[in-house]
Design a protein around this ligand. Structure first.
Ligand SMILES: Cc1cc2nc3c(=O)[nH]c(=O)nc-3n(C[C@H](O)[C@H](O)[C@H](O)COP(=O)(O)OP(=O)(O)OC[C@H]3O[C@@H](n4cnc5c(N)ncnc54)[C@H](O)[C@@H]3O)c2cc1C
Length: 470
């Protein structure tokens, strides 16, 4: 049986895609042929067997190509964004480029066209393997592209960041000699760097995901903790690097591969990007009672060891007032408050970078996270009682839930149970939510219409009274 809203059944060689699945596949470097269609269009119905034959042939002839379809009436926004003007439209996404097909609608022509656009496999390398490492995102002339969202975030980036964070300790400008200004450090234990390092290792030990690498990184961290036992200062660079080698966490053991955070210059973009993902996920994986300690460990790590000095200075300034901001938050649990504080701090950085992008460094467009397209429920419209303009703000409860969705990665963590409970309760909650959001948006639209109509008739300010009389 075909799915109720589409032409292609679960057993069809054509994969029914969602826009999210498509962006995930393309961000991972997969080549994807997409038919944007409408199930009610007769032309698309006639084309269905041809497209299924193309998908079946591609499995053998072009094994690296994913052949999928998106039913536009179910995903209007995505089809509008893809500039689909007629049905069916065939688009091939390969190596960061987008090709729209305009030839004949027969199997041979379409397959020949796709074959021509696909990257040639390297000598003796199967096409599948040639595409295993995602290419860095392309930047159009003068235009910054957004990072493709992946929810939940890829564990690979988090483990890579954790391993890189250990190496960065060796490069840190503060190691061994640092006397941190107590105003910035905020707590005594951060003053010498050793407290910060021990706190960071503790956070990694308890809050790192373990399934992706079989717990290898967490085990290396535990060994480092044991080696540092009884020490009074942070080891000097050479000794630290030897320790990393002994626990298999040295440079030789690290793969520089990111997924969501892939970039043309990992030291500038992928590394800080993945550190953010790691920080958010460590907080999310904390318990109610350890979340604030995890947040302190993150602050300590950034101040002492994070590779970008300017970033550390800005972050430390925000962190210096964190006790006050955390106290003023009304959220219930320690974890929720810590997660929201870090989310807010990250958004402050995003907005600062959005306002003044550094042309030499900027590779991705910055903005507040999550975007409305990722989490519409995270935004709320507030209507004032006094007739002032409605304003759009954050629904922190929804943001907190979206943070869990993005950053809670394994069943062994407390957040997972809550995530499952919410998933079970979701259909009813979603119905309520969409009803409530719908009503608010309708109210907002009515308000705008009235305001607009009024404005067009010349309303506003002092003229209001006489216009009304006329
Ligand atoms: C602690 C810290 C401080 C920094 N300070 C500076 C600075 O002062 N100046 C500077 O130029 N660069 C700074 N950076 C680097 C900068 O923030 C980016 O990390 C870098 O520019 C790469 O950006 P990106 O586009 O990959 O996205 P990033 O901002 O790195 O975000 C990575 C991913 O995190 C998710 N995300 C985005 N915002 C949020 C949020 N609010 N909550 C949860 N998840 C979110 C998204 O999935 C996004 O793709 C800092 C980095 C860190 C870790």
């Amino acid at each position: 049986m075909p799915p109720s809203d589409g032409l292609y059944s679960a057993s069809s060689p054509v994969v029914t895609l969602t826009p999210h699945a498509l962006s995930t596949a393309t961000s991972r470097g997969s080549a994807v042929l997409v038919e944007y269609y409408s199930a009610w269009c007769g032309h698309c119905q006639h084309f269905q067997p041809t497209y299924e034959a193309i998908a079946a042939s591609a499995k053998a002839a072009l094994p690296s190509l994913l052949v999928g379809a998106i039913n536009c009436p179910s995903h209007e926004a995505a089809c509008a964004e893809a500039a689909v003007g007629s049905f069916p439209t065939l688009v091939l996404y390969a190596r960061g480029q987008r090709h729209v097909y305009s030839g004949g609608e027969d199997e041979a022509s379409i397959l020949a066209w796709a074959r021509e656009k696909l990257p040639p496999p390297a000598d003796g390398t199967p096409a599948e393997a040639a595409e295993a490492t995602p290419p860095p995102p392309r930047r159009e002339e003068g235009k910054l592209l957004p990072r493709v969202p992946i929810v939940p975030v890829p564990t690979q980036d988090i483990i890579t960041a954790a391993r890189q964070s250990l190496l960065e300790v060796a490069n840190a400008r503060l190691v061994a000699t640092k006397q941190v200004n107590s105003e910035l450090a905020n707590t005594e234990s951060h003053k010498d760097g050793l407290g910060a390092l021990l706190g960071w290792l503790r956070a990694l030990h308890y809050q790192l995901p373990r399934e992706w690498d079989g717990g290898a990184t967490a085990a290396s961290v535990a060994e480092l903790q044991a080696m540092l036992h009884g020490r009074l200062t942070v080891p000097k660079r050479a000794e630290w690097l030897q320790m990393l080698d002994r626990v298999n966490a040295g440079e030789a053991n690290r793969k520089h591969e990111w997924v969501l955070c892939n970039s043309s210059n990992p030291q500038l973009h992928a590394y800080p990007c993945s550190m953010w993902l790691l920080f958010h996920s460590l907080v999310e994986h904390s318990t109610e009672t350890t979340a604030m300690t995890t947040l302190d460990a993150i602050v300590g790590y950034v101040i002492h060891f994070f590779g970008c000095e300017e970033c550390a200075t800005h972050f430390a300034a925000m962190a210096a007032t964190r006790e006050y901001s955390l106290r003023t938050m009304s959220e219930r649990g320690g974890r929720e408050r810590a997660a929201l504080w870090l989310w807010h701090a990250h958004n402050v950085v995003n907005l600062r970078l959005a306002a003044a992008p550094d042309k030499a460094l900027a590779e991705f467009a910055k903005g507040e996270w999550p975007a409305t397209a990722e989490c519409a429920a995270c935004k709320k419209v507030t209507l004032s009682h006094h007739g002032a303009k409605p304003s759009v703000g954050w629904d922190r409860k929804q943001v907190s839930q979206y943070l869990s969705l993005a950053y809670c990665l394994e069943p062994r963590f407390e957040c997972w149970r809550e995530l499952q409970e919410r998933r079970l309760a979701r259909p009813a909650a979603e119905a309520e939510l969409s009803h409530a959001t719908g009503l608010t948006l309708v109210a907002f639209a009515v308000f705008l219409l009235l305001a607009c109509g009024f404005h067009l008739r010349g309303g506003g300010g002092k003229k209001k009274k006489s216009d009304h009389v006329v």
